[in-house]
Structure formats: C-alpha cells, structure tokens
Design a protein. Sequence first.
Length: 109
Amino acid sequence: MKNTFERIYEAVKLIPPGSVASYGQVAEAAGNRRLARVVGYALHSNPAPGIIPCHRVVMKDGSVSPAFAFGGANRQVELLQKEGVLFRDETHVDMAQCCVRCLPLVDMQ
C-alpha cells in the first residue's frame, strides 16, 4: 500500500506540461481532499524535482508558492512560463485557461 506522499507524487505527475492543479485537487486525487496542506509538505521535500513537477501545483486562486522549495516563487513562475502557462499578473496563473479540470484518482495499491 502506498503512503500519502507517494500518492501525492503520483498525482502531481499526472498534471500535463502547460497546466497546473491546486493543492486541493492534488490532495483529492491522492485520496483525501482535506490533505491540501500535506501536499505542500510533500512537495517541499520532493525527492525528484526533475521527475515530479511540483512547480505545476499552485494555490486555488492561482497564486504561486512564496515558499517554492526549488528556487523561490520567481523560479516557479519561470518554470511555468517556459511550459506556456498563462498568468493574470506576476504571481497568479490564469486558472480558467491553465488549470486541469480534474485529476484521476491515484491507485492506492
């Protein structure tokens, strides 16, 4: 059985390039929408930043993380812009255009 962090990492891998998902969406795909804060903890200790695209996870209002663990908020914006993610302003993703509508539930096994 996968632990919570493993399920979170699998859910994040499902976010396609050029798209984002909220912490709550990732938590829901990992099996419990109430664990949105845990998603933040898991992403902060991402064991494989090049493989687990934690930069694609933003707050539900589209704002990037001020505590992005791999270079700060500016780096997160830069990574998202390289993928073609649209922004409403300097720190808010255009969620209407770039947010995935739904992530599939991650297999618990």
